[in-house]
Design a protein around this ligand. Structure first.
Ligand code: UTP
Length: 287
């Protein structure tokens, strides 16, 4: 398939996680044993992406370091016979190839994606927000790729949410449905519950076609004075079809302290090496 790039916008300010993110990019906060962004890259690689186009801003250079070889560290681990640790360090160097793109000012998710235009070229591409961690038997991006190979249109990840929560998300209006795949008639950014055309929220996984870049160039700043990716996608509907997949499994929030904590607990409970320690700690807390 022609989908080799995955755009990962990581230039946001991470204000919901201050002061942890004052110096440390939120994408490097750990979930269990690896940073948030490594979970994202692993999901993209599993879906077939080979080239990560990561959009960063000043102060986020540490993310580049995480995916670069660290010869001194590797030499030390080798000398000390720390085989598993050496393997883990080398794995993060060799996951994929990386292109680093700058977003000079935080003008919104749509603007961040537009910054990746040159790196992606004229090809369709995957896009994912590292703030959400895919959890379930089939990674969410893989489910979108399966739909893309059938429909060859932009594909969005959709989740049903309680009506009163829809104003936190972009919302999809549905023209027709085939099981869990829906053709969209419109998208609305953060509608009030009474104005929302459905309870289907647009989540942070996408397959996009290169016409999104022209649409984003023509998109005026919207909600929060930012250029919204949802508005750019909305402009594509009509010129061609856009589909959404009501994915199975979960996208777990790691972009807020409460979400990050719950996600760590969820994953730790399923982890053979950590589950017993977490359960023992919880017994102590609740005793
Ligand atoms: P968010 O709004 O969820 O993340 O953007 P944020 O801005 O980093 O965090 P808060 O809200 O201040 O706590 C969703 C994704 O889009 C990226 C973010 O890095 C995140 O991955 N983003 C957002 C950009 O790359 N550039 C932007 O201008 C805005």
């Amino acid at each position: 398939m022609d989908l080799r790039h995955c755009v990962i916008p990581a230039a946001g300010l991470g204000t919901r996680f201050l002061p942890a993110t004052k110096a440390l990019p939120k994408e490097l906060l750990p979930v269990l044993d690896r940073p948030v962004i490594q979970w994202a890259v692993e999901e993209a690689v599993a879906a077939g992406a080979r080239e990560m186009v990561v959009v960063i801003s000043d102060g986020k250079e540490l993310i580049q370091q995480h995916f670069s070889p660290q010869p001194a560290l590797e030499q030390l681990l080798e000398q000390r016979g720390k085989v598993a640790e050496l393997e883990a360090v080398r794995r993060s160097d060799h996951l994929a190839s990386f292109v680093w793109v700058r977003q000079d000012r935080p003008l919104g998710l749509g603007h961040a994606v537009l910054c990746a235009a040159e790196a992606v070229g004229g090809l369709p591409f995957m896009c994912m927000l590292p703030d959400d961690l895919s959890y379930g038997p089939v990674p969410v991006l893989t489910q979108l790729i399966d739909a893309y190979s059938e429909y060859h249109t932009p594909i969005l990840a959709l989740k049903r949410v309680p009506r009163e929560q829809i104003s936190r998300y972009g919302c999809a209006a549905i023209a027709e449905s085939h099981g869990r795949v829906h053709r969209l008639s419109a998208v609305v950014e953060k509608p009030q519950p009474q104005d929302a055309p459905s309870d289907l929220a647009i989540m942070g996984r996408y397959v996009l076609t290169p016409d999104i870049f022209d649409a984003l160039r023509d998109t005026a700043p919207g909600t929060g004075s930012e250029i919204q990716l949802t508005d750019g996608i909305g402009a594509l509907i009509g010129a061609g079809a856009v589909h959404g997949v009501e994915f199975t499994g979960e996208l777990l929030d790691v972009g807020t302290p409460a979400g990050w904590l719950a996600t760590n607990a969820r994953l730790a409970l399923d982890h053979p090496g950590l589950s017993a320690a977490l359960r023992a700690a919880m017994v102590l807390v609740t005793a």
